[in-house]
Ligand binder design. Structure first.
Ligand code: ZN
Length: 93
């Protein structure tokens, strides 16, 4: 008996290769073991979609100058600038 689409069917082995949820159960103390959401460490039941969306999808997004990436960039530039200032001060005096 052959079923349509049987060749495309995911095997048990393929499913086991998926990254697992790292959450631990409060009741049993064991790992969740459910497949983790793509790009996340936890499954859909354990907060993979928690929090507000990042970037332009965030409800408070206005101009992009206060995103996490921009804040980090400003921090790096500020550190670089103070390093340059310190070096110039060291050379000149
Ligand atoms: Zn989980």
């Amino acid at each position: 008996m052959s079923m349509p689409g049987a060749s495309r069917k995911m095997t048990v082995n393929d499913m086991n290769l998926a990254p697992r949820c790292t959450a631990t159960s409060k009741r049993t103390g064991q790992r969740c073991k459910a497949p983790a959401v793509k790009g996340k460490k936890v499954c859909r039941f354990h907060g993979a979609y928690a929090g507000a969306p990042r970037g332009e999808k965030h409800g408070r997004y206005v101009h992009g100058m206060r995103t996490i990436e921009m804040k980090e960039e400003r921090k790096e530039l500020s550190a670089l600038l103070s390093e340059c200032t310190a070096t110039v001060a060291l050379i000149s005096g």
